[in-house]
Design a protein around this ligand. Structure first.
Ligand code: UD1
Ligand code: CA
Length: 457
């Protein structure tokens, strides 16, 4: 089995947060989950996260198949890995990752795993070379380029400090060698910590083959320790996400003002106008026009649909439908195909059938609206009596005249007509016209009489 141990016990003091560092989000997803997902995508069978602070909060952010172990005292990276010792089998391939490096790419991990396997190494470290290696562990190789050991900044000689190839903090081990080495690692060093990099020399000295794979970019290894770094990571990931969508045939008019979360899917020939946020697990079809200034959160949109200056939350919108400008779809709304939800229309927990229209100024809450229904301007589905919510049902081909109130619970049957300005309190049978307002009264000469009265005052 291939198992990953993801180190995330550090407190993250520099975040100045009451939440553990690794649950802070980058492009809508917790940092630790970016790492877990990259690991799983690269073929790791089981992810084990080492936690030390805010354990419950991190646990609740993780999916259920991720294992969690606790390191009560942070005595070093080798000590952290030791906490997962019970999960490590001698025949396992064990990958070590960090929970605060959200930019790590699954492709990088995959080729790193190949390097480890093809070289038949007992331990392999992923490395990169940088202009300024300050703070990182240095990769020490012999004259044949073979990996000898890793030296931490604080323990390095001047000659070692000059090395520009650095330890990424990502490793691959054969389980048996890792277990043996962990038992031997000491803490006699500048920081008094149990260093995981020390396992490399121990493994080599016990006859295992050690390899260094220079196969990552410094950008993707970027650790997040502060809010400034968090925002840098966000910027880098956002650019990558936007570029991936463009590669897939999505037009993004202004990448700098387009915010798309990591797990969003968008079909080709869809155009994203400036000022859009498309978040969580949203899924948008092909040939849509989204925006400008639109938020789509955790929602599904079909093909050929236009959504302009609107907000859509936890809802579904069909194909060839027009939404907005200034529409608000609140959670659990389902709008069908060939519909129109126009300006200042709010929909909440309502199902609207194919071909139905609410073109302006309506509230449609707790409702089931059939096909080809016309909801006139200013219609209110009155769903709340101050205490409880009630549901309205409007069946196919019904016509709700402008400025009507449907007081729920109420059923408007097929082909029924509601006269404009009606307040509907009772069900309307099929094919009926319901007029629920006072008849008009005319008073001839009233204006003239009033004028006279006013003059006499
Ligand atoms: C570590 C490596 C260094 C490498 C660098 C890459 C060691 C000794 N050094 O240094 O060679 O260049 O990463 O970023 O490993 N953690 C725990 N428990 C602990 C200690 C750390 O879970 O007891 C976690 C931290 O939360 C963090 C990760 O391990 O996610 C790395 O620890 P950190 O202290 O940041 O190591 P570095 O000094 O950066
Ligand atoms: Ca670090």
């Amino acid at each position: 089995m291939k198992k990953a141990i993801i180190l995330a016990a550090g407190k993250g003091t520099r975040m100045k947060s009451s939440h553990p560092k690794v649950v802070h989000k980058v492009c809508g997803k917790e940092m630790v989950n970016h790492v877990v997902d990259a690991s799983a995508e690269a073929g790791v069978d089981e992810n084990i996260v080492v936690l030390g602070h805010g354990i419950d909060e991190v646990k609740s952010a993780l999916s259920e198949d991720v294992k969690v172990v606790v390191q009560n005292e942070q005595l070093g990276t080798a000590h952290a890995v030791m906490m997962a010792n019970d999960y490590i089998g001698e025949d396992d391939t064990v990958v070590v990752l960090c929970g605060d490096t959200p930019l790590i790419e699954s492709e990088t991990l995959s080729s790193f795993f190949d390097f480890h396997k093809n070289g038949d190494f007992a331990v392999t470290v992923l490395t990169t070379s940088v202009e300024d290696p300050t703070g990182y562990g240095r990769i020490i190789r012999d004259s044949n380029k073979h990996l000898i050991k890793i030296v931490e900044q604080k323990d390095a000689s001047d000659e070692e400090k000059a090395v520009k190839e650095i330890n990424s903090g990502i490793y691959c081990f054969k389980g048996k060698y890792l277990k043996e080495a962990l038992a031997k690692v000491g803490n006699d060093n500048a920081q008094g910590e149990y260093y995981l990099p020390d396992t490399i020399e121990l493994i080599r000295l016990s006859g295992g083959k050690a390899g260094a794979c220079e196969g990552a970019t410094i950008e993707e290894l970027m650790g997040v320790n502060s809010r400034v770094q968090l925002s840098n990571a966000e910027k880098i990931m956002r650019r990558k996400i936007n570029e991936a969508h463009m590669e897939n045939g999505v037009t993004i008019i202004d990448v700098d003002s387009t915010y798309i979360d990591k797990d969003v899917e968008i079909g080709n020939d869809t155009v994203i106008m400036p000022g859009c946020m498309i978040t969580k697990k949203s899924k948008i079809g092909s040939s849509c026009t989204i925006g400008p200034d639109t938020t789509i959160e955790n929602s599904t949109v079909g093909d050929d649909t236009t959504i302009k200056k609107s907000e859509i939350l936890d809802s579904e919108v069909g194909s060839n439908t027009k939404v907005g400008p200034f529409a608000y779809l609140r959670p659990q709304s389902q709008v069908g195909n060939n519909c129109k939800i126009g300006d200042f229309v709010e929909v909440k927990k309502a199902k609207i059938g194919d071909g139905s229209k609410a073109s302006h100024l309506s509230y449609i809450g707790d409702a089931e609206v059939g096909k080809n229904v016309n909801i006139g301007c200013g219609v209110v589905f009155v769903n709340y009596d101050g205490k409880n919510k009630f549901k309205s049902i409007v069946k196919d081909n019904a016509f709700i005249g402008s400025n009507s109130n449907l007081i729920a619970p109420v059923v408007i049957e097929e082909d029924a007509y509601i006269a404009t300005g009606s307040t509907i309190t009772d069900d309307v049978p099929q094919g009926n016209l319901a007029i629920a307002r006072q008849r008009q009264v005319l008073k001839p000469g009233w204006v003239e009489n009033k004028r006279k009265r006013d003059e006499q005052k």
